[in-house]
Design a protein. Structure first.
Length: 857
């Protein structure tokens, strides 16, 4: 048969766009999609003996995803945090003039899990780009990522609550680290091959706490056949909580914060603790979904004959390599691997696909890290894609570079705790000394740019820094670039987007704990491209949650927040010209006045200066955090005059006033909050930045961190849950008592009032005035012990017991090896009274009285 090419060719050309579109849509869900850099390669299932294991029937598998899909935590199983398929957002168009907030979508709970994204998904009769969100209210949402109005965005919502099934609260687990609800915390994972989303939900049923693993159809939100499965496990062991040689998994003490990992045809799930409440352990379990049922395939416990050593990684925790091996970091806990034991606290572990420990690394100063709660468990490992290495860090601020085929085991020296500055004892590829970075509560990120490879760290009270990865597999001795801003606790989980390694496309993204989305040139972090506080009226976030990870794909930035998902992207091409005299790209506002920026003390970070010296937007504290007084701040964009009077916060949908991002009650009336008047904390490398005692001495931020005290985090003492000031080291962070009145969040049934603080130059005594909501007052004497107990020559006052102990403090010339302390006082409250405010002593005898926080119980 003869083919007339002159007739056929025009038809082929005309049909080419449709053929290309169909190919793209088809490849989005077939193995070997459009971008191998993000694809998952199926690996063969391996059978073996872990602590507990079951036969494996390989059905579900991790198929390669489309180039722009985000199916797992930080883009891939290495948790590199790198999306190399972003072609729309570049360093030239991400700025306040062309980029900003597009949409805010209200949800029913806080969003701790990273949003996931599936492009070109056939759903509800159309092909859509879909973003998935999991909440602490035990719900999963699917939204149309291209929607322009909130009411048109929801595709489906699945709730795991119902009759007799409630969401647990912080009271159910005696832990205020996450309040008020604890439902879904770990990031889910999506299997592209079967279009299934796997998620772990925490529920309360008839007074019993339960974890269940669910398999949802991503197109409908419906449970797959045989889903869910109740999570239960046990291993042989004599550790804390064991009975008759058997250690059972107990949901009351195990927090599922770590992201789920899909590898080897199995879903891997890890657990840490609720506020270190005993007895807890680090657990990892694997499940396989056969298409009709779940099957538990293996169980690993990292301290079966000991205790503690949670696996949480600030939301990361588990990574997997191309051969199917898994890697984890454990928190402080029992350790005896070097003696042939099975306890792996304070370690980096390598597991076979069936969860057998095959290799490990433990720092030489493990015992010191354990004693100080300065372990590796706060930072998840990063697997480098171009060399067979991983990067680990932790609360100590030390960076470790490990060879994955020989992690290094444990090698120590006598009296290691007095030689912690050494970095030549561990037998690993490379090690940096402590405090090289701040404490790390995230996973480092990786990018291969046009001029080399980089590793990024976003630690506490330090700038975000980039190290170059050298050809010999080591990091550069010093950072090659750093951001202008330092980040308060907990730092940030950064991600990097680029179009391959093309110049001008690398962007580093993060959510600042002050409630600000930031973007930097990944090749030069000193160049900030965009921040949401440059135009707060348009772009501000409605709240912040700890360990937030933004998801960036297809020109959109999905930011998890307090009861909302916020979508940023390129703005419409029509631009509004600024009014005469208005700064382009800046917020509209009143004519500048020569006033100093007001600060919201103890409510979180300091006010960032705005245009022409005006105060910038304020930010909310972390989830569930009150200021020192207990007052919950409201929206961040506050004018100079209103900055000290935070209004009630608004819900994500902009409706009637509601609680803060933590879901607590809103303030019924504005209350003026006085400013801090003392700088009490300094970094070890900048000791002159603070002056706690008028002699240039101050608390060490690093010593506080090792004692478990971080900016914006909780301090537990005597049953009180204090909130440590969420400010950077070297900034005002406490009150020297001088008659200041501190508003307190109303708590009608409170029995006790507590103050966290200390005195300098001896014991400080004064009269505290408590004002109640009915207008009555109560005056009581209070006293704080000296912060060094007079150089170790005295004991704490009976009414001022120790809350925190540190081995040294900072002087202008460096650390002084003398113990220092924080104390608390407890005051009984009259029955039936509700505290409105407390007024610190106006006159103090003896030394000076410092107050860092106020709490009720």
């Amino acid at each position: 048969m003869m083919i007339n090419l002159s007739r056929l060719l025009p038809r082929v050309v005309a049909a080419l766009p449709l053929l290309l579109l169909g190919g793209l849509l088809f490849s989005s869900w077939l193995p070997g999609g459009t971008d191998r850099a993000l694809a998952w390669k199926p690996t063969s299932d391996r059978q073996g003996v872990g602590h507990a294991q079951q036969p494996v029937a390989p059905v579900a598998h991790a198929a390669p995803a489309s180039g722009t899909a985000v199916l797992t935590f930080k883009y891939n199983n290495r948790h590199s945090g790198h999306n190399p398929a972003e072609v729309l957002l570049t360093t030239s168009n991400v700025n306040v003039s062309t980029f900003g907030k597009r949409l805010t979508l209200a949800v029913d709970g806080q969003v701790y899990a990273q949003p996931l994204y599936v492009p070109s998904l056939p759903i509800q009769g159309r092909v859509r780009n879909v973003v998935f969100v999991a909440t602490e209210h035990d719900s999963v949402y699917a939204f149309d990522a291209d929607a322009t109005r909130p009411e048109r965005a929801l595709l489906w919502r699945t709730s795991f609550l119902g009759r007799g099934v409630q969401v647990p609260t912080n009271h159910d687990v005696a832990c205020n680290d996450l309040v008020p609800e604890i439902g879904i915390t770990g990031t889910p994972v999506i299997d592209a091959a079967t279009r299934t989303l796997y998620v772990v939900a925490f529920t309360k049923e008839g007074g019993r706490l339960v974890y269940r693993l669910h398999a949802l159809d991503v197109t409908t939100g419906q449970e797959r056949k045989g889903s869910p499965v109740t999570i239960q496990a046990s291993v042989r062991g004599t550790g804390a909580g064991s009975r008759r040689g058997l250690l059972a998994f107990d949901p009351r003490f195990q927090r599922q914060r770590a992201a789920l990992v899909l590898a080897n045809g199995q879903i891997y799930i890890a657990w840490g603790s609720f506020c270190d409440n005993m007895p807890y352990h680090g657990w990892i379990m694997s499940y396989q979904y056969t298409g009709s049922a779940f099957r538990q395939t293996a169980v690993f416990n990292d301290t079966p004959d000991g205790a503690r050593a949670g696996i949480w990684g600030s939301g990361g925790a588990l990574t997997a390599d191309e051969r199917g091996f898994l890697y984890f970091t454990s928190g402080n806990g029992s350790f005896n691997l070097h003696l042939g034991g099975r306890n792996a606290g304070d370690s980096v572990g390598k597991l076979s696909p069936d969860l057998r420990l095959v290799d490990y690394f433990t720092p030489f100063n493990e015992r010191c890290l354990d004693d100080a709660d300065a372990d590796l468990g706060s930072a998840a490992p990063l697997l480098l894609p171009t060399v067979g290495e991983l990067i680990a860090s932790g609360k100590e601020g030390r960076i470790y570079v490990l060879a994955r085929n020989r992690l290094g085991h444990y090698h120590t020296i006598p009296d290691a705790c007095n030689h912690q500055g050494r970095s030549d004892v561990d037998q690993i590829v490379q090690e940096f000394p402590p405090t090289t970075i701040g404490g790390l509560f995230s996973t480092p990120a990786y990018w291969r740019g046009p001029d080399g490879e980089y590793v990024y760290f976003a630690s506490v009270n330090r700038p975000v820094v980039a190290y170059r990865l050298l050809n010999n597999g080591r990091l550069s001795s010093q950072p090659v670039s750093a951001t202008p801003e330092e980040l308060p606790f907990p730092g940030a989980n950064v991600v990097v987007t680029s179009s391959g390694n093309r110049a001008g496309t690398g962007i580093l993204w993060l959510v600042d704990p002050r409630g600000v989305l930031r973007a930097y040139d990944a090749s030069n972090l000193a160049h900030e491209l965009y921040s949401s506080d440059q135009s707060p009226e348009r772009d501000s976030l409605p709240g912040y949650v700890k360990f937030s990870v933004p998801t960036v794909a297809d020109g959109r930035v999905f930011v998890p927040s307090g009861k909302a998902l916020v979508i940023y992207g390129l703005l419409p091409t029509v631009r509004l010209l600024p009014s005469p005299g208005q700064r382009q790209g800046g917020p509209q506002g009143p004519e500048p006045h020569p006033v100093q920026p007001l600060r919201l003390p103890h409510a979180g970070p300091q006010t960032r200066p705005g245009p022409q010296g005006q105060p910038g937007p304020q930010s909310e504290p972390g989830p569930g955090r009150n200021p020192a007084s207990g007052l919950r701040p409201g929206p961040r964009a506050l004018s100079a005059l209103a900055a000290a009077v935070p209004p009630a916060s608004l819900s994500a949908a902009g409706s009637a006033p509601s609680g803060s991002a933590a879901g607590g009650p809103a303030q019924s009336e504005p209350q003026t909050v006085p400013a801090y008047n003392n700088v009490g904390v300094s970094n070890d490398d900048r000791p002159t930045a603070a002056n706690f005692d008028q002699g240039g001495n101050s608390y060490s931020a690093q010593a506080l961190q090792r004692a478990g005290v971080n900016p914006g985090d909780h301090v537990f003492a005597g049953g009180f849950v204090f909130v440590w000031p969420n400010v950077l080291s070297g900034e005002p962070d406490n009150y020297v008592a001088a008659g200041q009145t501190l508003p307190v969040e109303h708590q009608p049934r409170a029995r006790l009032l507590g103050l966290l603080g200390a005195a300098d130059h001896g014991v400080a005594r004064g009269q505290l005035v408590i004002t109640f909501t009915d207008g009555t007052t109560l005056t009581v004497p209070i006293a704080f012990s000296d912060w060094t107990l007079d150089g170790g020559g005295s004991r704490p006052l009976p009414g001022s017991p120790q809350a925190v102990s540190m081995p040294y403090f900072n002087s202008p010339s460096g650390p002084v090896q003398m113990k220092c302390y924080l104390f608390y006082v407890s005051i009984a409250l009259p029955q039936g009274k509700t505290v409105k405010s407390v007024t610190l002593p106006a006159a103090v005898s003896g030394g000076r009285m410092h107050v860092f926080a106020v709490a009720l119980q």
